[in-house]
Design a protein around this ligand. Structure first.
Ligand SMILES: [Zn+2]
Ligand SMILES: [Zn+2]
Length: 355
């Protein structure tokens, strides 16, 4: 089968590798769609993990082989996959810190080599410990929608970490695909969302996704606008969806005492930033993070996407064949004014209908 193999920093190659062989408690899935995710881009551009690997973890496809001991699934099922599944039993899991669970940190989907998601290939092997995360896609929904289940779950998990009440003001910094998911899911929970981005087209979309106010970048009237909006009280929470330390400091300034700032994109290690720690101690502004998904929110994420309360189809602007994954990653890393979520579809001729 064809696969795109990570061979070193910024070095992706289309290669032929064997179709993975599955064990009796595993599934083989033919990939129909796989989202391009910023965390994979960082791994490729900064060489965070050793090669060779096949990335791609926002995967949807059709089951083509079922291990003899698997009961819940059949050949032909259309499914969305989840590459990280916690044990729900260890010390970390008992504290609901699922992303810190040892089993969770193992990647349970692979096309070849050290498991890394495998979605940038024609077929993936789904290991037994991630089967609880496999979700069937309803007939009316597309594979593309299925592929967005994983990122939607990560956004939902982050929202669950905030202590919000209806009508609260929440700033979402960055209106890329993830920022827009935050905007929509917060609006659905009756939050008043203030959205910022540098690109006007994204701010337009943020409005249709439910933002009550939008600001372009650090607009001059931003401080005044926030003050007027919240009657001088400040924001209840701010979510930083870009790895920008300046944005974190800005968010920390604009939340009220007792408010929360949530980091969603600061995944690259080694950075240091200055912060007035009295804003955390005396002003009680919580600085928190959220990483990856939460299996216990999977059904809620599936409902939101498949019933189109969050219409994932509006987020997908580009589809690339397997051979053009380097171009897909380039576009995702340096978005054009119109580009949002980019999805790789190995087989363009069939299996994948427009959402
Ligand atoms: Zn992802
Ligand atoms: Zn665990």
């Amino acid at each position: 089968m064809r696969a795109v193999v990570y061979r070193g920093v910024n070095d992706l190659r289309v290669e032929t590798v064997p179709v993975p062989r599955i064990k009796s408690d595993e599934l083989l899935v033919k990939v129909a769609a796989c989202g391009v995710c910023p965390t994979d881009i960082k791994k490729i551009r900064y060489g965070i993990v050793p090669p060779p690997r096949i990335f791609g973890h926002e995967t949807a496809g059709t089951i083509v082989q079922v291990g003899a001991r698997v009961k819940k699934f059949r050949v032909g099922d259309r499914v969305a996959l989840h590459h990280h599944v916690p044990c729900l039993d260890c010390h970390a899991c008992r504290h609901r810190a699922f992303a810190q669970c040892a089993q969770y940190k193992r990647t349970g989907i692979t096309a070849a080599f050290e498991p890394a998601g495998g979605g940038y290939a024609e077929y993936v092997r789904v290991m037994s410990f991630v089967l609880p995360g496999v979700v069937k896609i309803p007939p009316r929904n597309s594979f593309l929608e299925g592929a967005l289940l994983e990122p939607v779950n990560t956004v939902l998990k982050a929202i669950h970490r905030l202590s919000l009440q209806r009508g609260d003001f929440v700033l979402v910094i960055g209106q890329g695909p993830i920022g827009l998911m935050f905007t929509r899911l917060l609006a659905l929970r009756a939050m008043k969302v203030v959205a910022t981005d540098l690109l006007p087209a994204r701010l337009e979309l943020a409005r249709t996704f439910g933002a009550c106010r939008v600001f372009q970048g650090a607009a001059q009237n931003f401080t005044e606008g926030i003050n007027r909006l919240t009657q001088g009280r400040g924001l209840d929470a701010a979510i930083v969806t870009a790895q920008s330390d300046a944005a974190v400091r800005q968010a920390q300034d604009f939340v009220r005492g007792g408010g929360q700032v949530l980091l969603f994109a600061h995944t690259r290690r080694g950075g240091r930033t200055e912060l007035d720690l009295a804003t955390i101690c005396a002003d009680e502004k919580d600085l928190i993070g959220s990483y990856s998904s939460d299996l216990t929110l999977q059904n809620e994420a599936a409902r939101l996407v498949f019933r189109r309360r969050l219409d994932a189809r509006q987020l997908i602007t580009h589809r690339f064949p397997l051979e053009q994954i380097p171009e897909a990653i380039e576009l995702a890393a340096r978005p054009s004014p119109e580009s949002l979520k980019i999805v790789v579809t190995p087989d363009r001729s069939k299996g994948c209908h427009h959402g």
